[in-house]
Ligand binder design. Structure first.
Ligand SMILES: [Cu+2]
Length: 135
């Protein structure tokens, strides 16, 4: 028995394969990045500073010029997911390190959620880090 595929079907199959490969590559690329806290603790109260380093895991190198477009700080690690505090970006002091200012209104563990776009990569880097506010 012979299997004859029309040229059009073959073309469509090729395009589907190409798109599939690109999508897989995109997901893999975004997974190669992660945020890490520079310091695991911060001072309770207003004027607290949080530094996070964006790392390309395969090289261990910091990644500058990422666009961070969503941040959230809440006390979900302490069972208080609705307790939030404002967080705002500050200028970076070191390439690949992203700095934020906040007011830790309560001692304990806070979850910092970050979403970022990395130059030249498709997809979004999304991380949740736990930082502890101490006296
Ligand atoms: Cu709380």
């Amino acid at each position: 028995m012979r299997l004859i595929l029309p040229a059009r079907a073959l073309g469509a199959a090729l395009i589907a394969l190409t798109i599939g490969a690109a999508a897989t590559k995109g997901r893999a690329d975004v997974k190669d990045f992660e945020f890490r806290l520079v310091n695991q603790t911060a001072k309770k109260g207003p004027g607290a500073v949080i530094d996070v380093r964006l790392i390309r895991k395969s090289t261990g190198k910091p990644v500058p010029d990422a666009v961070i477009f969503a941040t959230r700080l809440d006390m979900s690690p302490e069972g208080m997911p609705t307790m939030t505090t404002p967080i705002e970006p500050l200028p970076s002091t070191e390439p690949g390190v992203y700095r934020f200012k906040t007011d830790f209104s309560m001692e304990g563990s806070w979850a910092l959620s970050l979403s970022a776009k990395v130059q030249g990569e498709t997809g979004t880097v999304e991380n949740k880090l736990v930082i502890k506010a101490v006296p």
